[in-house]
Design a protein around this ligand. Structure first.
Ligand code: IMP
Ligand code: MG
Length: 195
């Protein structure tokens, strides 16, 4: 197993973290279990794992390395139009898949499912292309915030009703590279901007 630096090694990033919610070791262990399940369920089906940039790249990279069957990967990128359209789950595709998914077994990989609105929209878009199957694997799940019902074939870890950072989750593009998941100090959430 990869051994990560201790949280305090992350200097100014770690100084902004109030509490570690999930350790790097626990994350890696759960990812390994998900990878084993995917390897078993999709044996002989050459699945295509699809992710939306950017938050999922950490989970995707680790998950792929725990999958022991042939598998392919592709990414999409989306942008929200406005805060209002985001609330309705309307997103604009700014980068589409390069792979045709008709007749393919597609596993949609997510970092976190919160309201589920944007995921719902993207699943409808992909389903219209006629995949042989379309399932969802999310590492983090916030069931309390769900606004639409989305069947999740694989769920890694339920998160409490709070804003978390690390392992792909960002606050204004910061903290994605932490190998653990934590809560930010309130003052850190005020301090940083995108600049
Ligand atoms: P939703 O499921 O359509 O509400 O969208 C979920 C998106 O909200 C994710 O892709 C993240 O970008 C963001 N998000 C939700 N919860 C968190 C969190 O705790 N930390 C950081 N980003 C989050
Ligand atoms: Mg984000």
């Amino acid at each position: 197993m990869v051994s990560w630096y201790p949280p305090e090694a992350y200097g100014e990033l770690a100084a902004d973290v109030q509490e570690v919610l999930i350790t790097a070791d626990d994350l890696q262990q759960r990812v390994r279990e998900l990878g084993a399940a995917v390897s078993q369920d999709y044996a002989g089906r050459n699945p295509l794992l699809v992710g939306v940039l950017k938050g999922v790249v950490f989970f995707m990279a680790d998950l792929l390395r725990t999958i022991t069957i042939p598998v392919e990967v592709d990414f999409m990128a989306v942008a929200s139009y406005t805060a209002e359209s985001r609330n309705k789950g309307l997103v604009r595709l700014v980068k589409d898949l390069e792979t045709p998914i008709s007749e393919r077994h597609v596993l949609f990989v997510e970092d976190v499912v919160d309201t589920g609105l944007s995921l719902g929209y993207l699943l409808r878009t992909l389903r219209a292309r006629g995949p042989a199957s379309l399932e969802v694997c999310t590492l983090f799940n916030k069931p309390k915030h769900r606004l639409i019902d989305i069947p999740l074939k694989y769920t890694g870890i339920d998160l409490p009703d709070c804003f978390a950072v690390g392992y792909g989750l960002d606050y204004r593009e910061r903290y994605r590279n932490l190998p653990f998941v934590g809560l930010l100090k309130p003052e850190a959430m005020r301090t940083y901007s995108n600049a």
